[in-house]
Design a protein around this ligand. Structure first.
Ligand code: ZN
Length: 313
C-alpha cells in the first residue's frame, strides 16, 4: 500500500506502513491514505504524499476562505474570539495559538489566514505581521489594516528580522518541515524565538478514535510529530528547545467525537460545523471529562504539542 518511493520527508530513510485505509473525515475528499513510519527517526507521514500542485488545488477548494465565509458559524466564531469569554476560556482550556502571550517586538504569524490571530497579537503588545498564501484571505486581512505578505517563508526576505515567529498548527501541513524551519531560523534575529503548536502523534486520543482521530486530517496533514521527532527536527534546524507543553483542547476532542459518530467516506461531515453541537460537546468535555484530559497531558500524551524554542545563534 505504500508507494514504491516512500521516503521519510525529514531524514530520507525508509518508511513502513503503520495505519492503512484512512479517509478524509471532514470534507469527504474521495481517496484513501495511509500513515507510514520512518524506520530511522520515527516520524510518521501521510502516504501517498500529495504534490504541491495537488495541495494548492485542495486548499483552494476546501479550506478556510476557499470553503466558508460569512456563515453563521464563522460569524459566531469571530464574535467569540474578540470577547472576554475567549480569554477566560483560554485560561481554562489551554492556549494552543499563543493568543494569551503578551510581549513586544516584531512578530511574524505564518499562515495567518485573514488575520484573526494578528489582531490578538497586536492587542498583546507585539508588532505583528503575517504570511499567507491564500490570496482571498490576504485581501481580507489587508482591508482590516493588517500587514500581510502573500509569500511562502522559503521566499520571504523581510527588511528586518523578527523577534518571534509563530507556527500555530502550520508545520504539520508542510511538505518539507526541515526546510521550513531552516527559513524560520533565517528570518529570526539572534536569540529569536519560534512558537509552534501541532497535533501530537502520541496523543491518547489517537488510540481511542483510531482512523477517526480528527488530527490525521488527511491529506492536509503531511507529517505527524511525536514530541521526540519535533524536538530532534528543531535541534537539527539550529534551535534549542525551551519547553514542550501538552494541551488537549476541548474543541479537538469534540471534533474527534463528531468524526467518529458521523463521518463517512466520500461525504462531508456537516456536524463539525454545527455551533450548538460543537459548543455543547466542548462544555461537557471541558467540565466533565477534565480529569482524563489532565491525565493525558500530564503523562505526555496530550492532543497538542505547544513548543517554544529559540535560535542558537
Ligand atoms: Zn526519518
Amino acid at each position: 500500500m505504500l508507494g514504491k518511493n516512500s521516503k521519510c520527508l525529514v531524514c530520507g530513510s525508509k518508511v513502513t506502513a503503520e495505519i492503512q485505509g484512512l479517509f478524509d473525515t471532514r470534507f469527504g475528499i474521495k481517496n484513501v491514505w495511509n500513515i507510514g513510519r520512518c524506520i530511522d527517526c520515527g516520524l510518521e507521514q501521510t502516504i501517498p504524499t500529495p504534490s504541491s500542485e495537488e495541495l494548492k488545488k485542495l486548499y483552494e477548494t476546501f479550506y478556510n476562505f476557499g470553503g466558508e465565509k460569512g456563515t453563521f458559524y464563522t460569524r459566531l466564531r469571530a464574535r467569540f474570539l474578540s470577547s472576554v469569554f475567549y480569554r477566560v476560556w483560554l485560561a481554562i482550556d489551554g492556549d494552543v495559538s499563543f493568543h494569551s502571550v503578551k510581549g513586544s517586538g516584531r512578530l511574524l504569524d505564518i499562515g495567518c489566514n485573514e488575520g484573526r490571530g494578528l489582531q490578538i497579537h497586536r492587542a498583546n503588545g507585539f508588532e505583528a505581521e503575517g504570511l499567507e498564501l491564500n490570496e482571498v484571505a490576504v485581501e481580507e486581512a489587508r482591508a482590516k489594516g493588517l500587514t500581510v505578505y502573500a509569500e511562502a517563508v522559503e521566499d520571504f526576505q523581510p527588511e528586518q528580522p523578527y523577534a518571534v515567529v509563530v507556527l500555530s498548527n502550520v508545520l504539520e501541513h508542510s511538505l518539507d518541515p526541515r526546510n521550513m524551519l531552516y527559513h524560520v531560523q533565517r528570518i529570526l534575529k539572534p536569540g529569536g524565538k519560534v512558537w509552534i503548536s501541532c497535533p501530537n502523534s502520541r496523543s491518547w486520543l489517537r488510540y481511542v478514535f483510531g482512523r477517526y482521530w480528527i488530527n490525521w486530517h488527511v491529506p492536509f496533514h503531511i507529517v505527524h510529530f511525536s514530541p521526540e521527532a519535533l524536538k530532534r527536527l528543531l535541534q537539527d534546524a539550529g534551535f534549542s528547545v525551551d519547553h514542550i507543553a501538552h494541551k488537549t483542547p476541548a474543541l479537538w476532542v469534540a471534533h474527534s467525537i463528531i468524526s467518529f459518530l458521523f463521518s463517512k467516506p466520500g461525504h462531508m461531515n456537516r456536524y463539525l460545523r454545527s455551533p450548538f453541537l460543537v459548543a455543547s460537546l466542548m462544555l461537557v468535555i471541558r467540565f466533565v471529562l477534565f480529569p482524563l484530559l489532565w491525565l493525558g497531558n500530564l503523562s505526555g500524551h496530550g492532543d497538542c504539542l505547544v513548543v517554544r524554542a529559540k535560535t542558537q545563534r
